[in-house]
Design a protein around this ligand. Structure first.
Ligand SMILES: Cc1ncc(COP(=O)(O)O)c(C=O)c1O
Length: 455
């Protein structure tokens, strides 16, 4: 009772003093107090499965004392110092070396940031920088995809392909252009997915030619789209993208902010298709969200151009918290947990199980389009599988299902499209099969109940 009064007071104070990401005053905050593995508890002691790993980031699960100890040790020794040119620290150097060993063979050099959007801003600026250094100052455009999510700072927002993020903050930064994503479930009727330009990569070539290859700096894509509703590519897609980028001298930026660090059952997701990017953005799983850290890794050719710049051609890009020693120390401790507990292999094994359990939900006439890779998955909620027709948005089936799931002990997220809704699951890589079963069962039951409740 006393606890409940305390949590009510916090909810009221939250409403009074906090603006939340994607703020919406009709939402009451759930006050979370504790976590262990894949589980969370709120202030009143209610237990939840963390079905989205926080925000796709708590890969090693909650309550890891070894990460807390690494932060404590580093903070007690040297919590912060600037990483600007002329200074460095052991954790930053060690982490950069570890990453060079883990990432694609052509990426050996790291610039650290504090999160995903900062990483993508760094990637866009670095792509432009590279072309200016190569005597092509007109190559400035960034091509991205509808449904893509790359963060919401000005340039990252302009690459993000979901209009809800643009409506109240336009105009977008100029020179950002978009193509369709290989969202196979929503391939236009009457078109064979095998030849659909969005799915073959041909849409990228068409856009590069339409804009003029001499104006395009880079193409950015998530290997598996995350916030857009967990959309994996068809098998040959990224090989085709790589080939097109090479043909037109366009840099390929892989946004592995979600897919990095084991999420898909490989260290980094393009590895599934044997493709290497020129620049890779990362964040989230590098510290499993325990402290904010992100970065970009760049190809040796790009690293050389940065290293050889000076004076007016210097790479004048920087963040106060770049290579933050405490964050890097936590990143190293996080990677030790990955290794000791074989988390990437476990994500592949348990991920295959998660995918199968999500496909089982398709037994319902209202669940379709199950998809994903490793420990990220989604299903579509549909009024009818015929014509893949979603429920009318005003019925709010997906958001009701998410609220019902929370009341039954599963926290997760929905993604609304013009034609329907997807419900996502991406629990921590340590989630047990019993917990996967529980999460999928709650999700399935919540969908059915939401359909009944909104009829
Ligand atoms: C693929 C991807 N890129 C970038 C970002 C932005 O990261 P941040 O919120 O840390 O700026 C996100 C966040 O969810 C993401 O999913």
């Amino acid at each position: 009772m006393v606890q409940q009064i305390a949590s009510e007071r916090l909810v009221a104070t939250d409403q009074r003093h906090l603006i939340h990401p994607l703020h919406n005053s009709t939402h009451r905050a759930r006050i979370l107090a504790r976590g262990r593995g894949a589980l969370l508890w709120d202030m009143d002691g209610r237990e939840y499965i963390d079905g989205l790993s926080g925000l796709w980031n708590v890969n090693v699960g909650h309550g890891r004392e070894e990460l807390a100890a690494a932060a404590h040790q580093q903070m007690s020794t040297l919590a912060y110092c600037s990483g600007y040119v002329g200074q460095s620290t052991e954790p930053a150097i060690e982490l950069a070396e570890r990453l060079a060993g883990l990432a694609y063979p052509n990426l050996n050099t790291v610039f650290f940031t504090s999160g995903g959007a900062e990483s993508n801003e760094s990637a866009f600026k670095t792509a432009r920088y590279y072309w200016k250094r190569h005597g092509k100052p007109g190559k400035v455009k960034i091509i991205s995809r509808h449904h893509g999510y790359h963060g919401v700072t000005m340039a990252a927002m302009s690459a993000t392909g979901m209009s809800v993020y643009h409506t109240m903050f336009g105009p977008l930064v100029p020179e950002f252009v978009k193509i369709d994503a290989p969202y196979l479930y929503r391939c236009p009727p009457g078109i064979d997915t095998e030849v659909w330009p969005a799915a073959t990569g041909a849409a990228l070539e068409e856009k590069i030619l339409a804009e003029g290859p001499d104006t395009v700096a880079a193409f950015i894509a998530e290997p598996v789209m995350g916030a857009g509703g967990v959309i994996p590519p068809p098998d040959g897609y990224f090989a085709s993208i790589r080939e097109i980028c090479d043909r037109y001298n366009v840099l390929f930026i892989a946004d592995e902010v979600i897919t990095g660090f084991g999420r898909t059952g490989r260290w980094f997701a393009l590895d599934h298709w044997g493709v290497q990017p020129d620049i890779m953005s990362f964040a989230k799983g590098i510290t499993s969200g325990y402290v904010p850290l992100g970065g970009i890794m760049v190809s040796d050719a790009i690293a050389d151009s940065i290293r050889s710049g000076s004076g007016a051609s210097a790479w004048m890009h920087a963040y106060t918290y770049s290579a933050h020693p405490t964050c890097c120390a936590v990143g190293l401790a996080n990677l030790r947990v990955f290794e000791q507990e074989r988390l990437v292999e476990r994500a592949a094994e348990n991920g295959a199980y998660l995918q199968k359990r999500m496909r089982d939900l398709e037994a319902s006439p209202h669940v379709d389009g199950a998809r994903g890779l490793g420990m990220m998955a989604a299903v579509e909620v549909v009024a009818s599988k015929e014509g893949r027709r979603g429920f009318p948005p005003e019925r709010g089936v997906g958001s009701r299902a998410i609220a019902i799931a929370a009341s039954r002990g599963l926290i997760t997220r929905t993604r609304a499209y013009p034609g329907g809704e997807a419900l996502c699951l991406a629990p921590p890589l340590v989630t047990t099969r019993e917990q996967i079963d529980r999460a999928v069962t709650i999700l399935g039951e919540s969908i059915q109940e939401a359909i009944r409740a909104t009829a």
